[in-house]
Design a protein around this ligand. Sequence first.
Ligand SMILES: CC(C)(COP(=O)(O)OP(=O)(O)OC[C@H]1O[C@@H](n2cnc3c(N)ncnc32)[C@H](O)[C@@H]1OP(=O)(O)O)[C@@H](O)C(=O)NCCC(=O)NCCS
Length: 209
Amino acid sequence: MNEETDSLPYIPKSLGTVEVAKDSSTYHGELGQPINSEAAAIHELIKNCPPLDLNSIYAYLLLTQHFSETCVVARGEQGIDGFVSGYVPPNQPDVLFIWQVAVHSRARGQGLGRAMLNHLLQRPKLADIAHIETTIGPDNLASRGMFASLAREHNASLTEHAFFDCHLFGSSGHEEERLIRVKLPARHPDGRRVDNSEAAHASAAGTAS
Ligand SMILES: CC(C)(COP(=O)(O)OP(=O)(O)OC[C@H]1O[C@@H](n2cnc3c(N)ncnc32)[C@H](O)[C@@H]1OP(=O)(O)O)[C@@H](O)C(=O)NCCC(=O)NCCS
């Protein structure tokens, strides 16, 4: 991976020790693994969530069929309120790459986007994930805000790297996509994820693994 970091001015490399309340989501729907019968509705959700690229229904079928363990759907009273697609890159078993995060306009501002990411981090099968990565276009302030918020919540460091230059998108006019990497909190011996400040405290007290 390209380790040359050139952070944008509005995302500090280290987000310090700001305390943010855990479980602050006020969303009341159910979060879980998506199933293939939800692929068409997920496609519809993404269609209504610019600036996300709309992939084919077939792509969402593959995600729900083969990658459901690294994807999340939020099911509310009015239908699907949110979706996160992700996967573990074949040569990076400790990385969870987040592809798309979408929250329906009716469910925004309730902490759902961040709750879906935290939901993934709590899955036992993803216990060995040490970093979350995603790519973000230069103007996607909502996505930047969400990943910065996740990093703050866990007292985690966040770095930004050049990744997919715009020329890689051919003549489509697509802007560059920069790689955001959040280093996740250490795991407590009991399997819980603790935030980095708690891990440091436990280590100082001689109780961390
Ligand atoms: C980005 C998106 C998923 C956020 O969903 P959400 O459920 O409203 O986000 P949350 O309520 O969990 O907010 C999490 C953090 O992101 C911040 N955030 C959310 N929307 C924001 C916006 N428009 N501008 C700046 N920050 C924003 C919140 O302030 C919050 O930070 P805080 O905890 O420090 O207050 C949603 O706006 C969306 O679907 N947008 C369109 C698709 C998209 O851009 N997806 C991201 C690219 S993968």
